[in-house]
Design a protein around this ligand. Structure first.
Ligand SMILES: NC(=O)c1ccc[n+]([C@@H]2O[C@H](COP(=O)([O-])OP(=O)(O)OC[C@H]3O[C@@H](n4cnc5c(N)ncnc54)[C@H](O)[C@@H]3O)[C@@H](O)[C@H]2O)c1
Length: 246
């Protein structure tokens, strides 16, 4: 049985490892999916390879770009967006004492403000239909923090707080809003990190290994599904190899 049969979804950050895996899983579960990403070509190639409805280019730090992408996605889907996934993100490393304001501001712009802009853009349609699911990809670093990662951790903690607040506001309209806070996952985002750091990190993890994107996607399917996801709102689910046990 396909648990998302005929539901419509917009997956933002879908050219990336986790976003592409979620888009792929949603299509496999019967959803009609539009992929969105700053890298429009890669999003389009992924959309073709998984049999999605299509792809749109978006810069989630730009209000007008988000509004245009949501309108374009709705047109391609021939109606409203039932499910929004926010998986776009950037990660850089810098200790606070050496962090430029530009680095801080860019991380907050993509990893936190971008989530706000995408959520805000789909709310009118979901509110009008009296239903919707929003899934924000946070990080376990938003719960535990990380050396050299204060900007990223602050943004991800912000996503978790934003998710809870929006869940409260949206519940009367039948819209459920949740976050997923993965632990380390093998994607292009962690490609730049040294093998030495990764080995040390693996040794810390109770499960002893990083996750794979296809091990995160089923949590998004659960949160989007009916009845599986019906009682989750304002929650942060942690497929994180045991890195954080809240
Ligand atoms: N990989 C991990 O270990 C890990 C762990 C916890 C959380 N996360 C989070 O998961 C999400 C997905 O990360 P990933 O590992 O798939 O990384 P990724 O780098 O593979 O994908 C991120 C995607 O976001 C897109 N993007 C970046 N800036 C954008 C912008 N301004 N507008 C639109 N798209 C933009 C990129 O083009 C890319 O396709 C991110 O929010 C990340 O912070 C990742």
């Amino acid at each position: 049985m396909q648990v998302l049969k005929d539901r419509t979804a917009l997956v933002v950050g879908a050219a990336g490892g986790i976003g592409a895996a979620i888009a792929t899983a949603f299509v496999a579960e019967g959803a009609r999916v539009v992929l969105a990403d700053h890298d429009g070509d890669r999003a389009a190639a992924t959309a073709r390879s998984v049999g999605a409805v299509g792809a749109v280019r978006v810069d989630i730090t730009e209000e007008a770009s988000v509004a245009a992408a949501v309108a374009d996605a709705e047109a391609r889907l021939g109606g409203g967006i039932d499910i929004l996934v926010n998986s776009a993100g950037i990660l850089t490393e810098a200790p606070v004492a050496e962090m430029s304001l530009a680095t801080w501001a860019q991380t907050l712009a993509v990893d936190l403000t971008g989530v706000f802009l995408c959520c805000r853009a789909v709310l009118p349609g979901m509110t009008a239909r009296g239903s919707g699911r929003i899934i924000n990809i946070a990080s376990q670093l938003g719960i535990k923090g990380g050396t050299g990662l204060a900007h990223y951790s602050a943004a991800k903690a912000g996503v978790i707080g934003f998710t809870k607040s929006l869940a409260l506001e949206a519940a009367p309209h039948g819209i459920l809003v949740n976050a997923i806070a993965p632990g380390p996952v093998e994607t292009p985002m962690v490609d730049g990190i040294t093998e030495e750091w990764k080995d040390a990190k693996r040794a810390e993890l109770p499960l002893g290994r990083f996750g794979r994107p296809e091990e995160i996607a089923p949590t998004a399917v659960l949160l989007a599904s009916d009845p599986g996801g019906n009682l989750y709102t304002g929650q942060t689910l942690g497929p994180n190899s045991g890195d954080v046990m809240p």
